[in-house]
Design a protein around this ligand. Sequence first.
Ligand code: NAP
Length: 346
Amino acid sequence: MTPKTYPYLHLPHYDFCIPALGYGTYFSPRSGREGNDGSVKRSVLTALKAGYRHIDTAALYECEEEVGEALREWFDMGGRREEVFVTTKFWNQNHSPLDVLASLTESLARLQLDYVDLYLMHWPISFNPTPLPASLDAPTFDTYDPALYHTRPIATLPNGKPSLNRDLSYNHISTWEAMEELYRRGLCRNIGVSNFTVKGLMEVCEYAEVKPVVNQVELHPYLPQPELLQFCKERDIILCAYSPLGSQTVEKEERVIADPVVRGIAEKRGCTEAQVLLSWAILHRGTVALPMSSDEGRIRGNSVVVELTEEEYGAIDGIEKRKRFVNFDEEWGVREAFGHGIFEYQ
Ligand SMILES: NC(=O)c1ccc[n+]([C@@H]2O[C@H](COP(=O)([O-])OP(=O)(O)OC[C@H]3O[C@@H](n4cnc5c(N)ncnc54)[C@H](OP(=O)(O)O)[C@@H]3O)[C@@H](O)[C@H]2O)c1
């Protein structure tokens, strides 16, 4: 029988569960959102009322205040903190231990929360921040004062590309240790990574005292990443699918949602293409999925569970087209970011 709501995924070695359906809060310029115009707040509230219990955000998305306002309103209506799983991430210029701490402190203030359920390293690639003001003595992790020390913008090169920090891009030990310290201090209940390959995960697993519980990556039928899925299952790392509908950054007709196999199943079933894709991601593959929509009806519709037959799941597995939609190589002046070797273009 088809379940009414999507399941929670449990990690056998950890005492926590993560709701398999999460609401994604990245609103690209295509969404029509302008500044803090309230659209993310409205959408998060719609999602919470529709039964989503997992909200995915990030410092980069510049919407944590709105997420915080929506959560506050939902708590005021009777929602409880422990019922909702909140993820945030630190951006690439904040990989140094102090900035990992400062970024989470700033995120928590914007979210109006004491802790997040999951704190992620957004990318394995690290940029340099702009220099510290000369007047400020560099604090340590223990002398950090949020009133005095703030995260800084990205330092850019004369060609406009971000200035890479090669040491912290190739070696994540100090960044991970800082995340472990935040976990021990109770500022985040779990720690994990995003945009990591099998090789990158193996490295972290080697030195981690607190293991990464999640790897959040682009996943959909055009980018199913079966080796990564298998590796994560073997290591009890939950794989979270971002852009599960094929991303908002490309033209509608290019999206996975417009794929003929997906369309055919949706038509036959009388459901939406998004429901087909989310069923495949969550019920068939055992991943978390983080769909975004700026439309109230679609937010609600995406939470409706549709169970497909093995034959239908098999037909989606059989889609041969391959496409990665999220790729910053050009913008960042790097290549092979996903191969985990970061080589600057000359
Ligand atoms: N860790 C990372 O590096 C990373 C990178 C990218 C994304 N993410 C996370 O993953 C989330 C989702 O990814 P995404 O936003 O790139 O893409 P997505 O969820 O795959 O696709 C979103 C797009 O699909 C449309 N859509 C949603 N429901 C639909 C439906 N039922 N029918 C037709 N169209 C529908 C939305 O348009 P409407 O708004 O018009 O409905 C939007 O344009 C993000 O919001 C973010 O939280 C993380």
